[in-house]
Structures are given as structure tokens and as C-alpha cells.
Ligand binder design. Structure first.
Ligand code: CMP
Length: 143
């Protein structure tokens, strides 16, 4: 079954959006198979965003991700990677459609509430980076 990695960023946690965000994926029909609240080490943040290490915003992105608690999650379901990206909306919240998480709650690209894996290989790598196998549960919704 397809899985994706989602992380509610420090701005989403600080603004009290955790419940709403989880609810959107639950009501869509996806299955939560792993979740933890955590503060992120600089090493983990740099590994997670390694693809952006040469970008001018890399330093501020890493500093932001380690600035406060995040909610790291693994969600499961048919087509969850693409569907989660649609529910999240465009990277820049000003371009994100109303009804998406970023479209409803965000204003700037550096404070865009949530991260979601963009492809199968990325999802697998990010799940491995953020979770030990024992932190994930095996279950499927009967709905
Ligand atoms: P995310 O989906 O977590 O993946 C990479 C992140 O880099 C992205 O969300 C944004 O938060 C951030 N990002 C992308 N482009 C910029 C930019 N031009 N300025 C600041 N942050 C950016």
C-alpha cells in the first residue's frame, strides 16, 4: 500500500492547526500509520532538505524547521502521495487554491504550514529518514 511522509511545520503547530490538518487526511479516507511530535535536529533538517542545499533560502529554511515542534506523520492509502499534495496545495500559499491547506492558512512560501513528499522514491526516503520501522503500525481502515 502506498505511503507518504507529511510534516506539520512549526508554524502549523504554533497556530493550532494540527487537528484541522489531520482531520482533512482522515476524512479523505487515508490511514494514519505513524505520528510523533518532535523537535528537529539541525542534522535531520539538513538531510531532509538536502536537495535545496545550494538554494539561497536553505539556511533560513533549516533554521525555521528547527525553531519549534513539528508533527511528523506517515499516511497510507491508494494514491496518497499525489492526493496529499493536492490537499496541501501549491508550495507558495499565495498561489494555492482556496480549500487547500496552504490556500486556506498560508501567506508566504517560507511559512507554508506543511510538507508532503512529492514522489514515490522521495516518500520512501523521507519515511526512512524520519521513522524507525517499529514506529509504524500495520493496519487498514475497514471504511
Ligand atoms: P516544502 O514543501 O517543505 O519543500 C521545500 C520548502 O522550501 C518549501 O516547502 C518552502 O517552505 C521552502 N521554499 C521553497 N522556495 C522558497 C523560497 N523561494 N523562499 C523561502 N522558502 C522557500
Amino acid at each position: 500500500m502506498e505511503r507518504t511522509f507529511l510534516m506539520i511545520k512549526p508554524d502549523g503547530v504554533q497556530r493550532g492547526l494540527v487537528g484541522d490538518i489531520i482531520s482533512r487526511f482522515e476524512t479523505k479516507g487515508f490511514t494514519l500509520v505513524g505520528m510523533k511530535a518532535m523537535t528537529v535536529s539541525k542534522e535531520l533538517a539538513e538531510k531532509h532538505y538536502a536537495v535545496h542545499r545550494d538554494k539561497p533560502f536553505f539556511g533560513s529554511l533549516v533554521d525555521f524547521i528547527i525553531s519549534g515542534p513539528v508533527i511528523a506523520m506517515v499516511w497510507q492509502g491508494n494514491g496518497v502521495i499525489t492526493s496529499a499534495r493536492k490537499l496541501i496545495g501549491a508550495t507558495n500559499p499565495l498561489s494555492a487554491e482556496p480549500g487547500t491547506i496552504r490556500g486556506d492558512y498560508g501567506l508566504t512560501i517560507g511559512r507554508n504550514i506543511i510538507h508532503g513528499s512529492d514522489a514515490l522514491e522521495t516518500a520512501e526516503a523521507e519515511i526512512d529518514l524520519w521513522f524507525d520501522a517499529g514506529e509504524l503500525i500495520a493496519w487498514e481502515s475497514c471504511q
